[in-house]
Design a protein around this ligand. Structure first.
Ligand code: PLP
Length: 301
């Protein structure tokens, strides 16, 4: 699959003499986050080789992974089950764009109390899920496993070898691990976590085979799926100026952080940066519904 690197033209980049390109993985699929497609590819292959007919996975109400798993399962003729955090959603999932989309793609949704969700995720309830849904191919929350990382190793191509720095948003860390594995030793990978937490480095080290990387932890905006009016304004400005849409959970935060670092002179003049647009645009609708209730500025569509 050929994904274009699009040059970003902004006055601040010119002023600081930093070249920024965005790899448009968001264009892989209108509904699936680009990186989720990469993460699912080899898992679906393995599920089908193992004669599985059902994919079962876990996620929250706005999860890009849930949407992607539902969509990919349907594309490959597999059944899918989504174990969703939050019992209360059983009565209002139709109002949630991500869950409504997943259901439309044929995903069977099972809602579990938040307390139980953690235990289920940790494997304690897998046997019980087997009783309920029969044999299935399990995927962890967020979809990160060895095969997912292998899929993400295909994000970078030979043509990306002359970038000095490669940036990616980080959730569970599988995507950035794949990028690290595929990067050159003279390249530096910079991850922007979309959530608070020190556990991420450990998680990345489980999958990453090199040490040429760092996390920039100053741009989580209060935590996972948390946004501020400043972030929304930035995303809308960025879209107006570059025509590139960003998502509020991952890529918006990464791009805010990256341009803030450029502004602060943290990159030498002449630096060539490649930022991965991992997608996530399906999440904008759900976020806007939440912002509207709080009377906050909305993300431009
Ligand atoms: C899931 C996701 C990420 C994070 O990927 P991980 O492999 O969990 O770190 C980044 N960007 C988007 C758009 C995503 O949907």
């Amino acid at each position: 699959m050929r994904i274009e690197n699009q040059k970003v033209n902004l006055p601040i980049l010119e002023e600081k003499r930093v070249a920024l390109f965005i790899k448009r993985e968001d264009k892989i699929h209108p509904l699936i986050s680009g990186n989720k497609y990469r993460k699912l590819k080899y898992n679906i292959q393995k599920a089908m080789l193992g004669k599985h007919d059902t994919l079962l996975t876990f996620g929250g109400a706005y999860s890009n992974h849930i949407a992607a798993a539902a969509c990919a399962a349907q594309e490959y003729g597999l059944q899918s089950v989504g174990v969703i955090r939050g019992e209360e959603l059983a009565f209002k999932w139709k109002d949630n764009p991500t869950l409504a989309l997943a259901a439309e793609m044929g995903m069977q949704l099972k809602f579990v109390p938040r307390g139980d969700y953690r235990k289920i995720k940790n494997g304690e309830f897998l046997a019980r899920l087997n009783d309920e849904f029969g044999r299935f191919y399990p995927l962890p929350e967020g979809g990160s496993n060895t095969l997912a990382v292998k899929g993400c190793e295909e994000i970078l191509t030979g043509e990306d070898a002359d970038f000095d720095i490669i940036c990616s948003s980080v959730g569970t860390g599988g995507t950035v691990a794949g990028i690290i594995n595929a990067s050159g030793i003279d390249q530096h990978v910079l991850g922007f976590p979309a959530l608070k937490g020190d556990f991420l480095k450990e998680d990345i080290r489980k999958f990453a085979v090199k040490g040429n990387w760092d996390l920039q932890t100053d741009y989580h905006f209060g935590g996972y799926a948390k946004v501020t009016p400043e972030l929304i304004r930035f995303m809308n400005d960025f879209k107006r100026e570059t025509k590139i849409p960003l998502d509020p959970v991952y890529t918006g935060k990464m791009m805010f952080g990256l341009l803030d670092m450029v502004q602060k002179g943290q990159f030498k003049p002449g630096t060539k940066i490649l930022a991965i647009h991992t997608g996530g645009l399906q999440g904008i609708k759900g976020m806007n519904a939440k912002l509207k209730i709080k009377n906050l500025p909305l993300i431009d569509l």
